[in-house]
Design a protein around this ligand. Structure first.
Ligand code: KG4
Ligand code: ZN
Length: 336
């Protein structure tokens, strides 16, 4: 069994993990950069600087916690895209330096594929074909995997990502950042039919997503209410917001799964932590005999264990990256 030291620095979480090729996680440390909350969103330059400040100490702490030395490590994995370019470059440069100085192979990982492979950490048996719904702060994609490296993008967002929709609506409601977990928490016990917000691109056969019109309709709705009403009905309004986003995600995913007659759906990315998405997707899929996988809660948000998990297949195929590897910000699930 071999061990992979993995790094994730694509956005505002610095994370270092060690996992083995049987998907056992020895350590997965995440240093979340709370500074960004003061700005209502991630400030790229601050993110890069904080990754730089954290990465060395976090690596030492991870190795200590796992009670491992660098001699025990067989490969170094790192997320190279998509993400904030300055932030990615910190992880990539650090991983390359380690790979060079320790003379270990380097494995480049697409961050979105990492989110999908987060599911392997609890379900190592999970193999294609499956339909993956990838929903994070920057991406919303429906991806049909026929093989580990053989996939088609079935649909994607035309504007805002699902996580972004949660974050922007939370901002309109003055809840704070990141908004998704806050909306999820406040919506508990609320009436999800209190306001019927629009579901975009509802036509049959359209598998793209759109959330910007929805966001505008929430803004218009809030502008017509007084603040006492909004405060009194915060659980109902957030539950209605959450239901609208979740309905779009679930109905398109289920419709596509039925169209291609696939019996496994994988949900991945930060929004996969959403309680309403988890219950709605599971219950609707179950009625059709479709199995649904979600990552464990600790692996939903950005973390390095999922980057290590996505590196395992590449380790087995000896698909290593050269030391002139570069980071790139390009969007979405990509073959690299
Ligand atoms: O995957 P992720 O950690 O970072 C990116 O790659 O973007 O996703 C972060 C996103 C944020 O937009 C956050 O609001 C959303 O995931 N999120 C949630 C929940 N937890 C995180 N959205 C809805 N409900 C949640 N429980
Ligand atoms: Zn992510």
């Amino acid at each position: 069994m071999n061990k992979i030291l993995a790094f994730e620095t694509s956005c505002d979480d610095t994370s270092v993990a060690v996992i083995d090729t049987d998907y056992h996680v020895y350590v997965n440390l995440i240093s979340s950069q709370v500074t960004h909350a003061d700005f209502g969103g991630v400030v790229p330059e601050l993110a890069s600087r904080l990754h730089l400040k954290n990465i060395m100490q976090l690596t030492k702490a991870a190795m200590d916690k796992a009670q491992l030395s660098f001699d025990d490590i067989d490969a170094i994995a790192v997320s190279v895209n998509p993400g904030l370019i300055g932030a990615l470059l910190v992880g990539v440069s650090f991983a390359k330096s380690l790979a060079y100085s320790l003379d270990k192979p380097l494995i480049a990982v697409n961050h979105m594929l990492g989110h999908i492979y987060a599911n392997r950490l609890s379900h190592p048996e999970m193999m294609p074909p499956y339909l993956a719904l990838v929903v994070s702060g920057g991406h919303t994609e429906l991806v049909h995997f026929k093989g580990n490296e053989d996939f088609d993008i079935a649909g994607r967002t035309r504007d805002d990502a699902a996580g972004e929709a949660f974050d922007k609506v939370a901002k309109l409601l003055g809840l704070g950042y990141p908004g998704g977990p806050l909306v999820d928490r406040i919506a508990k016990g609320g009436d999800s039919h209190f306001v019927e917000f629009p579901r975009a691109l509802n036509r049959k056969g359209n598998f793209d997503f759109s959330f910007s019109g929805f966001k505008t309709s929430v803004r218009n709705y809030l502008a017509k209410q007084n603040s006492a009403f909004i405060e009194a009905h915060l659980p109902d309004i957030t539950a209605s917001v959450q239901k609208a986003i979740v309905d779009s995600l679930v109905s398109k995913t289920i419709a596509y799964a039925r169209m291609i007659e696939i019996d496994t759906i994988i949900v991945a990315g930060g929004v996969s932590a959403n309680s309403c998405l988890r219950s709605e997707m599971t219950s609707r899929a179950k009625r059709l005999g479709i199995e649904v996988f979600f990552p464990e809660m600790q692996y939903c948000m950005d973390n390095a264990a999922m980057i290590g998990a996505a590196a395992v297949d590449k380790w087995h195929r000896k698909k290593f990256a050269p030391l002139d590897l570069n980071a790139f910000s390009t969007k979405g699930v990509r073959r690299i």
